[in-house]
Each structure stands twice: as structure tokens, then as C-alpha cells.
Design a protein around this ligand. Structure first.
Ligand code: CBY
Length: 373
């Protein structure tokens, strides 16, 4: 059997194990979404790993993590400890592996007008798509429900799915991407499981798939987190399939990923050094010009700037599954309760890659901006 058959599942596993090793799974420093991903990954391999979920009471831990998210929402004007993408992952894992949750509470939390679906007033496809997956799982469990409450929750969850699917489809771009390159895989999964909520003519799946395959061949999915999400989708699977009766060793069909074309953005005889404008914006703007080797990433520029002036350009960074994440600049710390963060921009446009991946260009205007989402 070709190795490619194992990729989606292994990808999910790899992705989820990055934040911590297996032995630390029960550690309380995992966020709700990280614990949910680990549970999903273990559940996908129907072997001793699945027993591990129950022996270590992972679902009980996850219920507590979700409770803490909800408590934080009560105390901080509706902002969870982490974010709604992670809440979606948590509900999905609990639903798939029969943990405890209240369907009425889920219906209430995931109403499409909730502020947590929006950053800067803009609907976030990643978050909406994860919610559709979670709500669809909950909906399937309610379909045979007898009580009046079940029927009411079912109707409300169905309405939410309908409205979220509409919002996801309205983020479809001309080339077929939904949201951006990195949200498209999850958006496709949401559309796979909710096909009774839109007409066939509303989405050209093949066009979206072709664009994603092109982006893969251009090296857009080298981050394990990005690859794991999109591989599941490319296999025609969704996160709702992880509790299905297939083992890691069973054949999943054939799939060929196009080979990585060499990067043509830096011709061999291009100058070895480039210079960029770099600024930190709080209410005032602090700017400088930085010279770095060509091929450098955003983080390299920030490090050079810090060497020049620690007070103005000093920053802190944390590792996340998507690579380094900027947590503070000039000592000013991002805070989920206030919905503040350090936004990355190039020539005034918000970037869709993090500081560790975005490759900078000559004479570009880079900015880290104190923002509210
Ligand atoms: N995952 C999470 O908890 C993250 C959920 C997510 C919706 C995520 C995107 C999607 C995903 N698939 O994981 C998300 N980002 C969130 C919630 C956030 C907010 C985090 C704070 C919180 N409340 O938890 C916030 C602050 C709005 C945010 N993302 C900021 C940023 C910027 C980071 C800058 C920095 N300080 O370092 C940045 C770089 C956008 C910018 N221009 O400033 C950013 N995110 C990006 C680009 C991304 C994408 C990463 C793509 C890539 N190739 O690196 C992303 C996939 C993701 C990770 N963010 Co956020 C969205 C996208 O482009 N489709 C669960 C956990 C278990 O892993």
C-alpha cells in the first residue's frame, strides 16, 4: 500500500502532537482546541489509541476546557479564553466520541450573529467552517430526538448551518478559493457535509480543488498544520469521518500530490541583500530601514530591527502549530479578553501568513500594528 494512503490521518496526528508530546496530553497547559485535535487524531486510529482516549478521561478533560471557555465568555463580554475555532473543534470531538454537552447550549453559542465569527467585522471562514462541522455532528445526533427540546434545538441548529453555509459561499473568490488559501480546505469539508443547504450550481468544487492543487505545487502547504488540514479534504474525507470504522492501515484510495516546483521567486543572480521599510504602529509610528539577505522572512526583519533599538523594536514570540506568533512589541501584550493582537501587514495589506513563513521582498513596507479584531 502506498504511503500516501496514510497521509491525512498521520497529518492530523503530527499536527496535533506538535504542541506537546503524547505523555503530556492530560497536562492542563493544553488549550481546548489542542486537546480536541489530539482526541480526534487518536480516535482516527481505531486501535489502542482509541482506548487511550477513554482510559485517560480525555473527554472529561475536554468538557472542563469547554466549560472554562464559557466561563471566560461570561466574565469578559463574550470573549472565550481562546477563540471560536477551538470551541468548534472541542464540540466536534465531544460529539464524535460521545462526551457530554448540552445541545441547547451549543445551539445558543454557535448562532451566526455571535461576534466570535468575525475579525475586524469580517466573517472568518476557518471559524465558520469548523462550526458547520461541529453543528452537523450535533444535528445528526438529534435527528431521531423525541423531546420537544430536541426538536427545537434541531431546528435552530439547522438554521445556523444554513446561514453559516451562505456566509462561507459568499467568501468564494473568482479562482475558487474560499476565504484564503489556508481556510479553503476546512471550508470544503463544511460544504461536503452540508450539501443539502446549497444548490449544486452555487459551488464549483472542481475549480476549488484545481486551485488548491496548484497552490500545493507552488509550495503553499509546507507547514504541517496547513498540510494536515488540506490532506483530509483532498482525500474526500472530513473531520466528521474520524469516528468511522476505518483503521490507519486500511486502504483509502489513490491520491497523487503534485511535486513541489522549484521556487522561482528568487532568481539565482538576484542581489544577496535586500532592504525593507519596517514600522511598529501603536498610535504613533516607529519606522526604520532594514537590510536582510534575500529569502529572509518577516521574523528576520524584526530581529534585525531589535538589534538596532531594543526599546522601540523589542518583541516577544511564542511557538504555535502555525509557526511563531508575536505576543508583544515594546512590552505591549496581545490579550484575547480585549480582542487585541499584533497584526502583520505589507504595504498596508494584512498578511495571510505568519512571521516565520512570510518571505519579504525588496523595498516592501512591513508593519506590525496594534489592532483589535
Ligand atoms: N487554531 C487556532 O486557535 C487559531 C484559529 C484561527 C481561526 C486560525 C487562523 C485558523 C486555523 N485553521 O487554525 C486564527 N487564525 C485565529 C483565531 C487568530 C486570532 C488568535 C487569537 C485568539 N483569540 O485565539 C487572531 C489574533 C485574530 C489571529 N488569528 C491573528 C493572526 C495573525 C498573527 C500575527 C502575529 N501576532 O504573529 C496573522 C499572521 C494575520 C495577520 N496579518 O496579522 C494570522 N492570524 C494568520 C495569517 C492566520 C493564518 C495562518 C496561515 C499561515 N500559513 O500561516 C490562519 C490559518 C490562522 C492560523 N491565522 Co490567525 C488563518 C487563515 O489565513 N486562513 C487551533 C489550534 C489548536 O491550532
Amino acid at each position: 500500500m502506498g504511503q500516501s494512503h496514510l497521509l491525512p490521518i498521520l497529518g492530523l496526528l503530527f499536527f496535533s502532537l506538535i504542541p506537546n508530546q503524547l505523555c503530556k496530553i492530560c497536562g492542563s497547559n493544553l488549550s481546548s482546541g489542542q486537546l480536541a485535535l489530539i482526541t480526534l487524531a487518536l480516535g482516527a486510529c481505531r486501535t489502542a489509541d482509541e482506548i487511550f482516549i477513554y482510559e485517560n478521561h480525555l473527554l472529561g478533560h475536554l468538557e472542563n476546557k469547554l466549560q472554562a471557555e464559557i466561563e471566560n465568555m461570561k466574565a469578559h463580554d463574550g470573549s472565550p479564553l481562546t477563540n471560536y475555532y477551538q470551541l468548534g473543534l472541542g464540540v466536534l470531538a465531544l460529539c464524535l466520541f460521545r462526551g457530554q454537552y448540552s445541545t441547547s447550549q451549543v445551539a445558543e453559542l454557535f448562532a451566526p450573529e455571535n461576534k466570535n465569527y468575525y475579525f475586524h467585522g469580517q466573517f472568518t471562514v476557518d471559524t465558520g467552517a469548523m462550526a458547520v462541522l461541529a453543528l452537523t455532528c450535533v444535528k445528526r445526533g438529534l435527528i431521531n430526538g423525541q423531546t420537544k427540546t430536541d426538536k427545537k434545538d434541531l431546528r435552530s441548529i439547522d438554521d445556523h448551518i444554513q446561514s453559516l453555509v451562505k456566509k462561507i459561499l459568499s467568501e468564494k473568490k473568482e479562482n475558487g478559493l474560499i476565504g484564503n488559501t489556508f481556510s479553503t480546505g476546512t471550508a470544503m469539508q463544511a460544504l461536503f457535509v452540508s450539501s443539502d443547504h446549497y444548490k449544486e450550481s452555487e459551488w464549483n468544487c472542481q475549480q476549488t480543488l484545481d486551485t488548491i492543487l496548484k497552490e500545493i505545487s507552488q509550495g503553499a502547504f509546507t507547514l504541517p498544520a496547513a498540510a494536515a488540514q488540506v490532506l483530509t479534504t483532498l482525500m474526500g474525507k472530513t473531520y466528521l469521518d474520524v469516528d468511522k470504522d476505518f483503521s490507519c492501515a486500511s486502504g483509502l484510495g489513490n491520491f497523487n500530490i503534485p511535486s513541489h516546483e522549484p521556487d522561482t521567486t528568487t532568481p539565482p543572480n538576484s542581489p544577496t541583500n535586500i532592504s525593507v521599510h519596517y514600522s511598529v504602529k501603536i498610535s504613533e509610528i516607529y519606522s526604520t530601514t532594514i537590510t536582510v539577505p534575500s529569502g529572509s522572512v518577516f521574523l528576520d526583519v524584526m530581529e534585525e530591527a531589535r538589534k538596532k533599538n531594543e526599546t522601540v523594536f523589542g518583541f516577544t514570540v511564542e511557538q504555535s502549530s502555525w509557526g511563531p506568533y508575536i505576543t508583544s512589541v515594546q512590552g505591549l501584550k496581545a490579550n484575547n479578553n480585549d480582542r487585541t493582537y499584533w497584526e502583520l501587514l505589507s504595504n498596508g495589506r494584512s498578511l495571510s501568513q505568519g512571521v516565520g513563513n512570510y518571505v519579504v521582498h525588496n523595498s516592501e513596507g512591513l508593519e506590525v500594528r496594534w489592532s483589535k479584531y
